[in-house]
Design a binder for this molecule. Structure first.
Ligand SMILES: [Zn+2]
Length: 107
């Protein structure tokens, strides 16, 4: 752990075009209502930082060659689900985040 310098790394393609990412995020948030990982409803009014906060996720992770700017590769997820998923691919066995909130709808 010799290298601890922190600067905006051009190696992270997600940070290359922040405006485009922001626009895509808005489109995904506007068009999707359920978590792409656990399938439960996402409360988009929650502040960032909680396990149930809405987040933008790449279905095929950038580290595996997925595009962070292709709307087809982006989905709405819970922050907690996203953290559990890490860099796994669709089909990998992943658990859903425990939802402490009551579910108001019957699916
Ligand atoms: Zn979820």
């Amino acid at each position: 752990m010799a290298q601890t310098r922190k600067y905006s790394s051009p190696k992270d393609p997600r940070k290359r075009y922040p405006k485009l990412r922001s626009d895509l995020r808005k489109r995904v948030f506007a068009s999707q209502d359920v978590c792409g990982i656990c399938g439960r409803e996402v409360d988009k009014t929650l502040p960032p930082g909680t396990p149930l906060s809405p987040e933008l996720d790449e279905i095929i992770p950038v580290s595996r060659g997925g595009s962070p700017y292709d709307i087809e590769n982006l989905q709405l997820v819970h922050r907690g689900c996203n953290q559990r998923k890490g860099a796994k691919m669709p089909g990998d066995n992943i658990g859903a985040v425990e939802n402490p909130l009551p579910v108001s709808k019957n699916w």
